[in-house]
Ligand binder design. Structure first.
Ligand SMILES: *Cc1c(COP(=O)(O)O)cnc(C)c1O
Length: 447
């Protein structure tokens, strides 16, 4: 064995120094001991060379890293608004406050006025009825669960008709044919990939047909020689043949954004008016917490709520608190656009983005601004490119630089393009411009 390795300090010696430096008041003793062992191990791997920053500093750095939360705040400088890896929709201030208020004891299943047991669904039911026009509403943990629950409730043991153009994969292994099979229903494919007419559904109906399912092609577009039956047509057919229609609209858009040049996403209200049972996500375009929402005819929603699986998929108090507060903002659509971050970012004025980009570029020596585009993400408005202003910084190695930006606290997540690191200010809060600039300064220092 080489001598330097033999002369490494003992764990007990380093622990004494760490105790003297107050490390054990900042982290549990076991964490400090683990940090010492890991630091020694690393030195052993470097043939016994001590850490360049000194033993105590190296141990302290490890203690800080190990005490850090894993699920922590990050700064999204990618411009992708509904970034699934970064938690999709950021919550409105009102929703954050509502979550905080519900964290202790809350009226989750308690009717405060009557002093009796209440329903956790009551907090969001009437808002959803008002906003969508539906007779009834049910909230579960996410839209995948909502689809599963309605399929299992309405079509378990029977057949479900789905257009061949709508047998989609949403991502994260959520595939319509597979969820349908898991729900206990049998898939009957209707029409072709590009064209499915009402007549195709009509011909596919058998005595075993329990449901017609329509699915929004959230994350891709079908253009060219294309035909599909509308929700209203399907509901009319279903009424005559006694078959319910479920429309999985995906993103949960409650306000038309056509005047901002954002078309093509189905409005929840349209499918409700058409008479379908509608399923959508809480944390996509709705801009709330992760949730799956079912709205529609009272008998359908109440059957879904009575399914034993509904108990397994029920949302917790933080979800319901955030959802209630988010939905409440929609009672005034202007307020929703101003206060729900996903909507504010979607409809941000190009001039405001340019100003913010210039503000960031001024704080980063050598940075440039350039016109570019942002993506919506979350499988909403696919193919839509929102005009934005990017801040670009030339770097030696993109990979090393974005790695260093992730080392910052809070981590800054950026895009890259060839030999430049690219920041899209669309998804930055006003107070985050300074954070990004500081992260760049530190990353340059490390390089
Ligand atoms: C996103 C999406 C889902 C799944 O929603 P989650 O809330 O992520 O479970 C289901 N259907 C469609 C059409 C979607 O776009």
């Amino acid at each position: 064995m080489n001598d330097r390795r033999r002369s490494l300090p003992a764990v007990s010696t380093l622990l004494e120094q760490a105790v003297d430096a107050g490390l054990t008041t900042r982290a549990p003793r076991s964490v400090v001991v683990d940090a010492i062992r890991a630091t020694l191990q690393q030195a052993r791997q470097r043939s016994g060379e001590p850490p360049p920053e000194g033993w105590l500093a190296a141990v302290e750095q490890r203690v800080i890293e190990q005490s850090r939360r894993s699920l922590r705040r990050v700064v999204n400088a990618t411009g992708v608004i509904l970034h699934t890896n970064l938690g999709r929709a950021p919550l409105a201030r009102a929703a954050r406050q509502a979550v905080d208020a519900a964290l202790g004891y809350s009226a989750l299943e308690f009717d405060v006025a009557a002093g009796t047991r209440g329903s956790r669904q009551a907090h969001t039911r009437s808002l959803l009825q008002q906003l969508t026009g539906a007779e009834d509403a049910l909230v579960v943990v996410n839209a995948a669960a909502a689809v599963f629950l309605v399929l299992n409730t309405l079509a378990g043991g029977g057949e479900t008709l789905v257009s061949r153009g709508e047998l989609v994969e949403i991502g994260g292994r959520f595939r319509i044919p597979e969820i349908l099979s898991k729900s206990g229903s049998i898939l009957v494919e209707v029409g072709t990939t590009n064209r499915t007419r009402l007549r195709d559904y009509e011909l596919a109906i058998s005595p075993r047909t329990r449901l017609i399912l329509k699915v929004h092609r959230s994350n891709f577009q079908l253009t060219g020689f294309v035909t599909e039956a509308s929700t209203a047509e399907l509901v009319a057919l279903g009424r005559v043949r006694g078959i319910p229609v479920v429309h999985d609209v995906g993103s949960g858009l409650l306000i038309s954004l056509e005047e901002y040049g954002l078309g093509g996403e189905p409005l929840v209200q349209h499918s409700v008016v058409a008479g379908a049972t509608v399923v959508f996500s809480g944390d996509k375009l709705l801009g709330g917490p992760q949730a799956g929402i079912i709205v529609g005819p009272r008998d359908v929603v109440s059957r879904a709520g009575g399914n034993p699986m509904a108990r397994a998929l029920r949302p917790d108090k933080t979800t319901l608190a955030a959802l209630e507060a988010t939905l409440a903002l929609y009672r005034d659509p202007e307020r929703a656009l101003a206060e729900i971050p996903a909507l504010t970012m979607l409809t941000a004025e190009p001039r405001a983005l340019k100003r913010r980009a210039r503000r960031l570029a001024r704080r980063i020596p050598g940075a440039h601004t350039a016109p570019g585009t942002s993506a919506v993400g979350g499988g909403a408005f696919p193919g839509c490119e929102l005009p934005t202003t990017l801040v670009t910084v030339a770097v030696e190695s993109c990979e090393a630089f974005v790695g260093a930006l992730r080392q910052h606290d809070p981590p800054v997540i950026a895009r890259t393009s060839e030999d430049r690191v690219v920041f899209d200010v669309r998804t930055l809060g006003d107070d985050e411009v300074a954070v990004v600039a500081e992260a760049v300064r530190q990353a340059r220092e490390k390089a």
